[in-house]
Design a binder for this molecule. Structure first.
Ligand code: 5GP
Ligand code: MN
Length: 318
């Protein structure tokens, strides 16, 4: 089964000349890192590669080789369309333009298997980890810039190798990428530690509204907070990573107001809980310990519904 799939993927990658690579909106380190990892590797083979992120690359990842070549829109025709780290075609913004992708590489349990070939490994800690393991199997090279991109994806999705899904394979693959020339401490610092003054102020505004009810904590980042802090991103600037460390809580929820009249919701859970299904029930998806959804409505409409569904989950283990 799997051997057929690998043969098909290998054939697709080697026989296609014009290749489009897409990943999800509000791209994180795994979206950017896996895109550059695959894209730069295919460029080594002499392929004509277009890498497209509807929301562009956030400043945290612009140091990566090739980041400047990532476009907001695709143009022209392609022999192959590949999606990375996206569990649902709606996650790709307007990237697909109605086309069916040829290959979907991802690690989300909630993946809808929406492509012709679907390579989804929920036990993998990052899409970049899947690529680190399988690029060589598919006959694609891991050069230094490829290794840097993939290691960045792995470091960010595991928040520095400390998420509950961490496994020895991830560390072995990381070691291989270091041997290929990736500077782990430097990439780690740039991806997870360094942040702008504006992002730090944005955190402060979010933290000042932090609420708690038993084992549940939540806070909100409003458009007003974004403006007041000067933060230019549309995400949480990784504030969830701080919230998920609250000792007293099993589940934390972050509400991020969006210009489009939607609210981006992020859930983070301690081991033993599965928030991916709540996210899925609101039209989103993710992993058991980290999930998200983009929910239409105002903060006042979305917040009570999401909190109620989350309380119900917590009540199942009273
Ligand atoms: P975050 O809360 O950091 O945005 O995302 C946590 C996890 O849930 C990530 O793995 C992310 O890919 C997934 N996720 C976040 N938002 C959405 C969404 O709107 N739809 C789907 N399908 N997955 C999401
Ligand atoms: Mn990922």
């Amino acid at each position: 089964m799997m051997e057929h799939l690998h043969a098909d993927i290998r054939q697709l990658l080697h026989n296609s000349n014009r290749i489009l690579i897409l990943s999800h909106i509000r791209p994180d380190g795994d979206a950017v890192g896996s895109m550059l990892g695959l894209g730069l590797s295919l460029l080594e083979l002499g392929k004509d590669v277009q890498m497209v992120l509807s929301d562009g690359v956030q400043r945290t990842f612009r140091h990566l080789t090739g980041a400047e070549n990532i476009l907001h829109h695709s143009s022209g025709d392609f022999d192959a369309i590949i999606t990375l780290d996206a569990s649902d075609p709606r996650r790709l913004g307007d990237g697909l333009e109605g086309r069916t992708p040829d290959l979907n590489i991802d690690h989300h349990v909630t993946n809808l298997n929406f492509a012709r070939l679907n390579f989804v490994l929920p036990e993998a800690t990052a899409t970049a980890a899947i690529l680190a393991e399988y690029l060589p199997v598919w006959g694609l090279p891991i050069t230094k810039p490829v290794a840097e991109a993939l290691l960045t994806g792995m470091v960010t999705d595991t928040i520095g190798f400390r998420t509950s899904n961490m496994n020895p394979t991830t560390l072995r693959l990381a070691a291989t990428l270091m041997e290929a020339g990736a500077d782990l401490p430097e990439l780690y610092k740039r991806a997870l530690i360094n942040r702008s003054f504006a992002a730090t102020r944005y955190w402060g505004l979010g933290l000042s509204d932090l609420q708690r009810e038993g084992r549940l904590a939540w806070t909100t980042l409003t458009l007003e907070n974004r403006k007041a802090s000067g933060y230019t991103g549309t995400d949480d600037a990784d504030l969830t990573n701080v919230l998920s460390g609250i000792d007293e809580c099993d589940i934390v929820v972050l509400f991020i107001e969006q210009k489009e009249g939607t609210v981006k919701v992020s859930w983070r859970a301690q081991p033993g809980w599965d928030v991916s299904q709540i996210a899925f029930s609101f039209g989103g998806g993710g992993h058991s310990a980290a999930a998200g959804a983009d929910i239409p409505g105002t903060l006042e409409e979305v917040r009570p519904k999401v909190l109620e569904a989350t309380r119900q989950l917590l009540d199942t283990k009273k």
